[in-house]
Design a protein around this ligand. Sequence first.
Ligand SMILES: Cc1cc2nc3c(=O)[nH]c(=O)nc-3n(C[C@H](O)[C@H](O)[C@H](O)COP(=O)(O)OP(=O)(O)OC[C@H]3O[C@@H](n4cnc5c(N)ncnc54)[C@H](O)[C@@H]3O)c2cc1C
Length: 316
Amino acid sequence: MDASDLLRSSLLHLSDSSLVRTTIEKAPVSRAVVQRYVPGTDVAHAVSAAAELRATNRQVTIDYLGEDTLDAGQAAHTVDTYVGLLRALKAKDLSQFGAAEVSVKLSAVGQALPQDGEKIALDNARIICEAARDADTTVTLDMEDHTTTDSTLSILAELRKDFPDTGAVLQSYLHRTEGDCRDLATAGSRVRLCKGAYKEPASVAYQDAEDVDLSYVRCLKVLMAGDGYPMVASHDPRLIDIARALASRHGREPDSYEFQMLYGIRPDEQTRIADRGHQMRVYVPFGEEWYGYLMRRMAERPANLQFFLRSLVSKG
Ligand SMILES: Cc1cc2nc3c(=O)[nH]c(=O)nc-3n(C[C@H](O)[C@H](O)[C@H](O)COP(=O)(O)OP(=O)(O)OC[C@H]3O[C@@H](n4cnc5c(N)ncnc54)[C@H](O)[C@@H]3O)c2cc1C
């Protein structure tokens, strides 16, 4: 394990530590730092970030932060927030034709509840899908750690019976993903391909960054050759170039796939890609529960960590 692997795994560990979490949340960590990656805590912040992104021709997917809920009341609150968000997007003319959609973590809407978690998550996700349909837009189910993959894909299959445009997410670090890509590369199937953000064991996931990248390319080949709608979620310039080349090799029109990046990461490249006539969608997280999300971003890029630590010791 080299130094950056060690740092990455320590940060992913910290994302689970409630002591560190409380310390950081109470520290005078400037809103400015958090705001670079998370535009705010409530619906109004998310909607105004969406409006700004739309003004520069970028599409949007919005995530209400929070995961691993073990409280049915909290899950219901998350559902209400998504419904309110979708109404607000519609009222501002931001959601039509899927221009601004939502990303949902099933563990935030009840999947992890000990009693009937899967059923509760499905029912809750259905409510969000209905609100999305009313707003002329879609829902994508984020993918979480590997213990939830089968459950998430089975809930996806159920939802797609009524809401066929519900998006899936697959993670190239998992050994199983090339096969999942084959299963999901069907007509109309929206599939976001990402590398994967959780700490996973070698029994299920590639540990070496190069192997994760090679798997990403194999998965991209399957998705681009298939009949579905690939959503290429990465900031990696090499993978973006490969995706573009594969799309052109398969004669794909620019509206038959899209690129996706995270809010605050490579914003100039986001606009460049959009200006070149590609579809570019930005993932916008919002809410009070920014800690776990931010730690995963720090783990991905030590340069972000330096910036963050400096702000922890400065005021405001
Ligand atoms: C839209 C979207 C949705 C996602 N949804 C999920 C999900 O549901 N489940 C999940 O597990 N993960 C999700 N992820 C996270 C994803 O799995 C990765 O953890 C994250 O995107 C980092 O991987 P990367 O492909 O950008 O490559 P990395 O290996 O992190 O970076 C590769 C290269 O990209 C460039 N780069 C990266 N960051 C920066 C930066 N800050 N500034 C400049 N250059 C940079 C550098 O050249 C770097 O070498 C999502 C990511 C995106 C973009």
